[in-house]
Design a protein around this ligand. Sequence first.
Ligand code: PLP
Length: 388
Amino acid sequence: MYAPPGMPDPSPPAWQNPAFVALHCFACETPHDRHGLQTVCRACGLPLRVDYDHARAPLAPAALVGRPASLWRYREVLPIQPAHAVSLVEGFTPLCEVADRLFVKDESRNPTGSFKARGLVMAVAMARVLGAKALSAPSAGNAAGALAAYGAAARLPVVVAMPEDTPRAFVDECRHYGAEVQLVPGTIADAGRWLREHGPRDTFDVSTLKEPYRIEGKKTMAYELWEQLAGELPDVVIYPTGGGTGLVGMWKAFAEIRALGWRLPRVPRLVSVQMAGCAPVARGFAEGAAVTTAWADPQTRVWGLRVPSPIGGFLCLRAVRETGGTALTVTEDEAASATSRLAARTGLDICPEGGATFAAFEALRQAGAITARETVVLFNTGTGLKYR
Ligand SMILES: *Cc1c(COP(=O)(O)O)cnc(C)c1O
């Protein structure tokens, strides 16, 4: 069932969306076989991109009416047919207006309480149809919980490695779903190293942007914003950036939405928020660099953002620059205060990463970089309850 990359299939496998026509490297464009398990580009080691020929499975907004309230409503722009995936009903989270023109996209409502469910449902489904027998990933917490849950649903064994200072609830959650958990001194980068050096040999690694499909699940956040704002995308989207899957995914989705021919007067300015103690993307942006470099001594208790060397850092920089956005940092105190104030003011279950977006919003409003007239979406990427 092999078709040369970039060529349409004479008869695509039953699991495949017929519009999924190619896999290319995001950086060097080397093509890869989409019918095999892929990690990163074999030529340059950077992430792979899923390409669609929308003519093979067109999607018009009118077709969405009456479809399921999950990310599977966008099946024409996902790699796998819904019937071949294992879903826990992820995505299509509420967009809550918390003040005039200020919205919170509340990702805490996903299975396992974070938007990691969007990426992992896709990665696990693809790994399963392509023949993986076991799965692994390093994680700052939420990715591990989501992987454990989807691995359980797909009946695939899961091994996760997490920093040893990860709050207990994340560890308990993984064990609850039957995953094997290894706690490692250091950060997510050290957890990744532990898996490569000591992890079981026969597991497929679903780390952020080290396989091509998590981004495909995460990008659905942009399609949802389009639908929920009735075709009027916001002026600004503020995103707490760790690995950058969602940021890069939304940037990819904006291009797809345009290619699908949907109304898209302007693309939102993408704002990447990081913590002052671990900010490779914000530093790369400030320096005008094309790529991010590793952050030497990452220090933050906002665990989802403690990612010192994101493999997709160059894509985060592109997404921010091409949309006319920005990248900035907030301090631990600013994020903590913003988290409590936003939760107390809205009743939403705000996590520290979500609070960081509110702190960034306040700073950008203060500086005049966002005006009172503009529509802004903050991402509350997970539940606050696992951090205690
Ligand atoms: C993983 C995570 C992030 C960072 O997401 P990326 O798409 O990897 O940048 C932000 N917030 C929470 C709660 C997370 O779990």
